[in-house]
Design a protein around this ligand. Structure first.
Ligand code: PLP
Length: 379
C-alpha cells in the first residue's frame, strides 16, 4: 500500500518517539510539582519551548503548546479578537479557503460576540491579493487570519506581502502554518506575522500536539481557564512528552526542509505532468507554481472523486478527495468553490500529498490514476 495522504497526517518518526519516551515513563512528573520528577518535566518543557520558538523566529515565552492545529487556530482567532474588543475592535478578516478551525472560529465570533467577518476572495488559483486584504481592513479590525499554504490545493500565499498591509495599520496578523511546516520557511519575524499555528502530526509527531506562538505584545484572551499553565494562556497540565515530540519533529523538519522541498518538488512536477498527459479531462487545482512541494491536486471531469479513490485503493494507492475533515461528506469543497470551480466539478477532486522523505518517482502512481479514472468513466 502506498500512502499518499500526508497532508491528513503522518506516522510518528522514530527519533521523535525516542525523544518523547522518557517523559512518558521515567520523567513523567507534573511540571508544576516542586520535586525532582516534576522539575525534570518542567526543564524538558522549557527546553522544548525554546526549540519551537527558535524555529518559529519567536521568543520562548510566546509559545503556547496546544492540542494541535485546530486549538492553535481557535486560540489565535478568538483569543486575539475577544481581547481586542476592549479597544473597540469588532471585525475579523480572513479568506473563504481557510481550514474550518479558522472559518468556524470567525463564525462563532460573529454569532456569539457580534463581530463582522470579511472573507477576502481569492483568485482561481487560490491566491490572496494583498491589495484586496488592504481594502478589507477597517479601523476596528481585530485580527487578520489566513493560511500560509492551503491544505486542499497546496497554494502558497505571499504571507509577507499580505501581512505587511495589516501591520502597517497596527492590526495583528495570524498565519496558519500547519501545512507549511517542513516545506516552507517558518520564521514569523521574516514573515512579519504576530501569531503562527503549527500541528505536530503533519511532521512526524503524534496527533494531539501543536503550538500557537503569539507575540507578547498582542493581548490574548484564553479559551481554557483553570490552573494558569502556559502563562495563563492555556490552562491544563501540560503534555510534556507531546511538547518534546513537537520540538524534535519541528527541528528535524526544519533541518531537512531545503533538501526535502527541492527533491519532492521535482518528483511532484513529474507526477503532475504524467497525470495531465495521460488522463483526459484532468485539471490541476491550485497555483501551478506557488504550491506546496508535497501537494498534487486535480479534478477529473466526468468522474466522482470518491469513486476514483476507491479504484485507486484497489490498486494499492491511498489518497483523499480533499481535507480529511471533509472526507466522506457530500458537500463540494468550500476551497474549490471559492476558487470558482463549479460544484459538480469540485465533486471530482482528488488530492495526493507526499511525505517529506519521498524519494521514488511516482510514474506507477500516475499510471494507476489513469487506470482508475478510466475505470470510473467506463462504469
Ligand atoms: C491548514 C490546516 N490548519 C489546521 C488544521 C488542524 O490541525 P489539527 O488536525 O492538528 O487540529 C489542519 C489539519 O488538517 C490543516 O490542514
Amino acid at each position: 500500500m502506498l500512502y499518499l495522504d500526508s497532508a491528513a497526517t503522518t506516522p510518528v518518526r522514530r527519533e521523535v518517539l525516542e525523544a518523547m519516551m522518557p517523559f512518558l515513563t521515567r520523567w513523567f512528573g507534573n511540571p508544576s510539582s516542586h520535586h525532582t520528577v516534576g522539575e525534570a518535566a518542567a526543564d524538558a518543557l522549557a527546553d522544548a519551548r525554546a526549540r519551537v520558538a527558535r524555529v518559529l523566529g519567536m521568543r520562548a515565552g510566546d509559545v503556547v503548546f496546544t492540542s494541535g492545529g485546530t486549538e492553535a487556530n481557535n486560540l489565535a482567532v478568538k483569543g486575539i479578537a475577544i481581547a481586542a474588543q476592549r479597544r473597540g475592535a469588532r471585525h475579523v478578516v480572513t479568506t473563504p479557503i481557510e481550514h474550518e478551525s479558522i472559518l468556524e472560529s470567525a463564525e462563532y465570533l460573529s454569532r456569539v460576540h457580534g463581530f463582522d467577518v470579511t472573507r477576502v476572495p481569492v483568485d482561481e488559483n487560490g491566491c490572496l491579493d494583498p491589495a484586496a486584504v488592504a481594502a478589507a481592513l477597517r479601523e476596528d479590525t481585530a485580527v487578520l487570519s489566513f493560511g500560509y499554504a492551503n491544505n486542499e490545493v497546496g497554494t502558497v500565499q505571499d504571507v509577507a506581502a499580505a501581512a505587511a498591509v495589516a501591520r502597517e495599520r497596527g492590526i495583528p496578523v495570524h498565519v496558519d502554518a500547519v501545512q507549511a511546516a517542513g516545506w516552507l520557511p517558518l520564521s514569523a519575524a521574516d514573515l512579519g506575522v504576530d501569531a503562527i499555528s503549527i500541528a505536530g502530526h503533519k511532521i512526524g509527531a503524534p496527533k494531539g500536539t501543536g503550538a500557537l506562538a503569539v507575540r507578547g505584545r498582542v493581548p490574548l484572551e484564553p479559551l481554557l481557564h483553570g490552573g494558569g499553565q502556559e502563562r495563563g494562556r492555556r490552562s491544563g497540565t501540560e503534555n510534556v512528552a507531546g511538547a518534546v515530540a513537537l520540538a524534535t519533529a519541528l527541528e528535524l523538519a526544519e533541518a531537512e526542509r531545503v533538501e526535502a522541498s527541492a527533491r519532492v518538488s521535482a518528483l511532484r512536477d513529474a507526477f503532475i505532468a504524467r497525470v495531465l498527459a495521460s488522463v483526459p479531462g484532468a485539471v490541476l487545482t491550485g497555483d501551478p507554481v506557488r504550491r506546496l512541494p508535497g501537494t498534487a491536486s486535480f479534478t477529473f471531469a466526468g468522474t466522482s472523486g470518491e469513486a476514483v479513490l476507491l479504484e485507486l485503493e484497489r490498486r494499492g494507492v491511498v489518497s483523499s478527495s480533499g481535507s480529511a475533515c471533509a472526507a466522506g461528506s457530500d458537500e463540494p469543497s468550500h476551497v474549490l468553490v471559492a476558487m470558482g470551480v463549479a460544484p459538480e466539478v469540485a465533486q471530482t477532486a482528488v488530492r495526493f500529498t507526499f511525505s517529506h522523505d519521498l524519494r521514488e518517482p511516482l510514474d506507477a502512481v500516475a499510471d494507476a490514476v489513469a487506470a482508475s479514472v478510466a475505470a470510473v468513466l467506463a462504469h
